[in-house]
Each structure stands twice: as structure tokens, then as C-alpha cells.
Design a protein around this ligand. Structure first.
Ligand SMILES: [Zn+2]
Ligand SMILES: [Zn+2]
Length: 352
């Protein structure tokens, strides 16, 4: 199969021929139609988040079932599917998988991290009956790709974890893929949204996606958020993953507000200091969001199919598999495109 891989951390990912992964027992092989280029892949590529080598990156993808392993009952070859990036083990003995919390299963697998990912024509998915989600015909593969990671993560962070209600104030720090999706989801759910980003293009995209205000981070950011939200955020997301952003997010919450950590805090940032005085005095909640289980996709797909969430607006650019390695490496620099970069595997060559 054609696949992009790297043999050492930081070495340029290259496109070549690799053996197709075997179809796992209880799992499926998915023929990848489209896959997003996400910052988590960039962290793995640089070894911030260690992975076995050589690695094929890619963990947010949509496609069709190419082969079905022994014991799988829900899927047939040709089914259109999307797969959440964190796949539960699916074993009846697993307390998390038994209740549908597959995204926090202690024995979870993640394509692109625990095994080869979706910058390839084929990707193996474990425990298919537990993890795979049917993708309606009405959603195109390029749009569906971001449902495996960023849009799903944003949806769960805002709804199940943040418990955002209509009329409440949502503040989103960082309006890349996951943040921009959170802005759109918050607006679609009837919340009032304020976006924060260093990039003027990202702020403009957030305003177009439904934010009422878009602020540039700096000295007066906390006061600016409190003013813009008439007293502070009800729900605030750190969609970047930085101790400074986390601190600003917590400090700009109103009493009983909820901070949701979405961006990964890795390396030196793994154990940041938190303004706990504010957490106690205002009875704030500190929450974490880690993807979304297959179980929760129904609500998200409902938002998409009812046209309240336009996935196409999240797509910054579409490239071919030959451009995927360079697009991954470029995630370390300032964003050249607002929104998500998606690799369309039906595209032979690209300008990316
Ligand atoms: Zn991701
Ligand atoms: Zn499990």
C-alpha cells in the first residue's frame, strides 16, 4: 500500500510502499478516503509523545471497510465509516468499555500512535463492533475526516464534559481545528461565543463561524474576556495546551464556571501550576476532555445532518497523500492556513 512513514523522530516523513497491515481478529481494515493532519501527529513525530518506530502517522480518518476480521458482526465490506482516534479494547471484562466509555479505556489503541495510522491506503482498527461509527451518505469523506479527532473532541468537550447550555458564554482559547469546531458547535447550540487567538486569520474565521467577539491574547486578556462575556465565561476551553493559556482560561471564568483542558500538555508543560485560589473561591470546575467514544456520535451527526454544523467551513485546504509529510512537518511553524488540512487519498498529486 502507499503510505507516509518516518523511521526516526523528526526525520522527514516520506511517501512509499509499505506492506498492508493484517486485519485484526475482531477488527476491520479501513480503506482510507480522507485523513486530517492534526497537531497530535506532529507531537508524536518529534517524540514528545513517544511511539513505536517506524510509524505511519494519522488518526482522524474516514473511509470504507475493506476487510472484516473474525468475530465482527456489525460491519460489511464497503460500509462508509469514521473511527474515533481512541479505540476501546471492547472486552466485556473492561469496566470502561462495558459502559461505553471506550475513549478512556486503559487498553485503548490509537492508529498513528500505538500502531500504524491513516496516512496510508489501509488502516487497521481494533474491536470494530465497539469503535466504528457508520457515516451517512450525506457527509463527504473530506468533511467526515475531522470527525475522528478534532470535531468529535470539540463536541464532547463542549457538551458532555463542559455541559454548555444555550445562552451561556463559551470562550475558546486557540482557534485551530479543534477550537474553530468548538466555536461552531457552541454557536449551533445557542451559546454566546468569544474566541481568542494570536492569528488575525483565525480570529476572522472564528467570527465567521459564529463567535460574537474575537480577542488577541496579551496583557489585558482576562479583563477583556470578563468584559466581553458580561462577567466571565461559563465554559472555557484551552484548545492549545499551554500553562499560560490554562491560567488565563481559569482566571477568566465566572463563579461556578468550567475550565475544559483539550490541548495536550506535554513534556515540561505536563504538570502546570493552576490558580487554585480562584478555583476554590469561585467554585470552578477543572475538567479534561480526551476525544469521544463511538456512543456519543449520534448527537454530533444530528448537528451535521440538520445543517446546523457545516463541516466544510472547517476545511482550510485539501492536499494529496504526497503532500501529507510536509504538511505534518509544517505544523511546528505559524499556521499558513486557517482551519484543518485534509489529505484526500483520491487526489493523485498536490501543490501542498
Ligand atoms: Zn487529532
Ligand atoms: Zn476497554
Amino acid at each position: 500500500m502507499r503510505a507516509v512513514s518516518y523511521a526516526a523522530y523528526g526525520q522527514a516523513p516520506i511517501l512509499g510502499e509499505l506492506p498492508a497491515p493484517p486485519c485484526p481478529e475482531g477488527g476491520v481494515l479501513v480503506r482510507v478516503a480522507a485523513t486530517g493532519v492534526c497537531r497530535s501527529d506532529w507531537h508524536a513525530w518529534l517524540g514528545h509523545d513517544p511511539v513505536p518506530l517506524p510509524m505511519v502517522p494519522g488518526h482522524e480518518f474516514a473511509g470504507t471497510v475493506a476487510s472484516v476480521g473474525a468475530g465482527v458482526t456489525r460491519w460489511r465490506v464497503g460500509d462508509r465509516v469514521v473511527v474515533p482516534f481512541a479505540c476501546g479494547c471492547g472486552r466485556p471484562s473492561c469496566a470502561q468499555c462495558r459502559v461505553g466509555d471506550t475513549h478512556v479505556c486503559p487498553d485503548q489503541t490509537q492508529p498513528g500512535f500505538t500502531g500504524w495510522g491513516s496516512f496510508a491506503e489501509l488502516v487497521a482498527v481494533q474491536a470494530a463492533d465497539t469503535n466504528v461509527v457508520a457515516m451517512p451518505e450525506a457527509v463527504g469523506f473530506v468533511e467526515a475526516a475531522a470527525l475522528g479527532c478534532r470535531v468529535a473532541t470539540a463536541y464532547r468537550a463542549v457538551t458532555s464534559v463542559g455541559r454548555l447550555a444555550a445562552g451561556e458564554w463559551l470562550v475558546v482559547h486557540g482557534c485551530g481545528g479543534v477550537g474553530l469546531a468548538a466555536v461552531m458547535i457552541g454557536a449551533a447550540l445557542g451559546a454566546r461565543v468569544v474566541a481568542v487567538d494570536v492569528s488575525a486569520a483565525a480570529r476572522a474565521a472564528a467570527l465567521e463561524a459564529g463567535a460574537e467577539a474575537a480577542l488577541e491574547p496579551g496583557e489585558g486578556l482576562v479583563a477583556g474576556i470578563v468584559a466581553a462575556t458580561e462577567g466571565g465565561a461559563d465554559v472555557s476551553l484551552d484548545a492549545i495546551g499551554s500553562p499560560a493559556v490554562l491560567g488565563n482560561s481559569v482566571r477568566s471564568l465566572r463563579p461556578r464556571g468550567r475550565h475544559v483542558q483539550v490541548g495536550l500538555l506535554l513534556g515540561d508543560a505536563a504538570e502546570p501550576s493552576v490558580p487554585m485560589g480562584a478555583v476554590i473561591a469561585r467554585e470552578l470546575e477543572m475538567l479534561g476532555a480526551h476525544g469521544m467514544p463511538a456512543r456519543d456520535y449520534a448527537g454530533l451527526l444530528e448537528l451535521v445532518l440538520s445543517c446546523r454544523l457545516d463541516l466544510a467551513r472547517l476545511i482550510g485546504r485539501v492536499i494529496g497523500l504526497d503532500g501529507a509529510g510536509a504538511a505534518l512537518a509544517a505544523l511546528g511553524g505559524p499556521p499558513a492556513y486557517a482551519g484543518v488540512t485534509v489529505v484526500d487519498l483520491s487526489q493523485g498529486t498536490s501543490d501542498g
